[in-house]
Design a protein around this ligand. Structure first.
Ligand code: DX5
Ligand code: ZN
Length: 221
């Protein structure tokens, strides 16, 4: 398995001083900026769009930006995020009429592509597209809000997806999003995840580096 990546969810960052806060969380030793896009339609919350992604690039953020689209429809916002500096774009398959087409669109725009599965979304969406995936993201909460509790059935789902990735031979990251904390990250890694989104666990603490170091220590066990 490749090195573990920690992806702070900026949903829990301070939006009034977002550039500084994103820089601080990267300086604390995190790897990828997880950028949650909510449309008040697919999910019951409203967040940020391509302009904010571009603003982070203009501010000087060079880390990969992992855009998690919780929007419906999906396709028309994809080119805008690619132009705004997204590195990875993931979407929920049930929000797209044509999953294969959306994956191709993301790739044509020059980004890495991934599918996101809600806790109750079946894995059959993987059946014919493994060759087009760079990332599979399993939600361990229902999407829409930070600060929710990790849903334990995700562990078994992670093990299933890890087995599918390994059997496929493709180079696909297995990302988990929701309720990831210092005290459960080791168990989540043991189930097969190699990319960990954490929002409230990091941003709720005064010293981001302490939490990130604790997560790395757990991952090294
Ligand atoms: C939820 C988002 C998550 C969220 C995670 O819909 O996709 O990325 O910010 O927040 P925590 O880590 O607080 O559960
Ligand atoms: Zn997310």
């Amino acid at each position: 398995m490749r090195p573990f990546l920690i992806a702070p969810s900026i949903l829990s960052a301070d939006f009034a001083r977002l550039g500084d806060d994103v820089k601080a969380v990267l300086d604390a030793g995190t790897d990828v900026v997880h950028f949650d896009v909510m449309d008040n339609h697919y999910v019951p919350n409203l967040t940020i769009g391509p302009m904010v992604c571009q603003a982070l690039r203009n501010y000087g953020i060079t880390a990969d930006i992992d855009v998690h689209l919780m929007v419906k429809p999906v396709d028309r916002i994809v080119p805008d995020f690619a132009k705004a500096g997204a590195s990875i774009i993931t979407f929920h398959p049930e929000a797209s009429e044509h999953v294969d087409r959306t994956l191709q669109l993301i790739k044509e725009c020059g980004c890495k592509a991934g599918l996101v599965f809600n806790p109750a979304t079946p894995l059959h969406y993987l059946d014919h597209v493994m060759d087009k995936l760079d990332v599979i993201l399993l939600m361990s909460v229902n999407p829409g809000f930070g600060g929710q509790s990790f849903i334990p059935s995700t562990l078994d789902k992670l093990r299933q997806v890890r087995a599918r990735i390994d059997a496929s031979g493709f180079d696909i990251r297995l990302e988990v999003d929701g309720g990831v904390k210092v005290d459960n990250i080791a168990e989540i890694a043991a189930a097969g995840a190699d990319m960990f989104v954490a929002g409230s666990a990091i941003f709720s603490q005064p010293d981001y580096k302490t939490v990130v170091d604790e997560m790395r220590a757990e991952l090294a066990k």
